[in-house]
Design a protein. Sequence first.
Length: 272
Amino acid sequence: MTDNQNLLAEQRRSLILDEVRRRGGVRVNELTRRLSVSDMTIRRDLDALARQGVLSKVHGGAVPVVEASTHEPGFEAKSVLEPSAKDEIARAAAALVAPGTALALSGGTTTYALARHLLDVPDLTVVTNSVRVADVFHEAGRAGEARRGAATVVLTGGVRTPSDALVGPVADRAIRSLHFDLLFLGVHGVSVEAGLSTPNLAEAETNTCLMHSARRVVVVADHTKWGTVGLSSFAALEEVDTWVTDGGLPGEVRAEVAEHVPGLVVAGEERA
């Protein structure tokens, strides 16, 4: 497939997944009419989404996967979900960072994408509890991409989670001793009732420490995180200064979020 065809397939599958989650299930013949593609194309899309573990195929259609609030997917499993949206969010979030900023990046695939966009911002101090994020800066240096003004990276230490975040008492103690201007926080779920949540209890505590050490908290999360609730809530929406998301977040949800979060940045659109 060409890059354009890949993009179209990704957009179509995102629409299918949104429809499955919104309605609780869809039929193949409904999707073929709505998206103006063949029955075979829809079935390939459903196969791809089922392999990613984000929906379940049933006779004639698909239904959502009912995921336990304690289930924590690994980094590789999460990295294949909404890659274009995550890159758009990362690009918009990087625009919020001025040279010389002391910032923190939590674990997650969206913060990993953000790290790549920060390589061109000079004189940063980056605190992170993500092995993957630290590797982005380290590998850039080894590849000769680092130059004068390259980031200084502080890796917290701690116990490694399935998503390659470092958590627990060692990480928490290191974070509490630091202070940074900006925190970019990836989350498992966002909702009005549960606020920010994660399936990992230790990660919830480490995320709380990150938030308390930051002057400003920016959540980076794509639209599929809305309405997802993990085992442990660690912050209310009102504790977030800005949410950077993608254009897939419905208008009515944006209005609801705006009642609780002072800043909503929709990647590719004007700031709300």
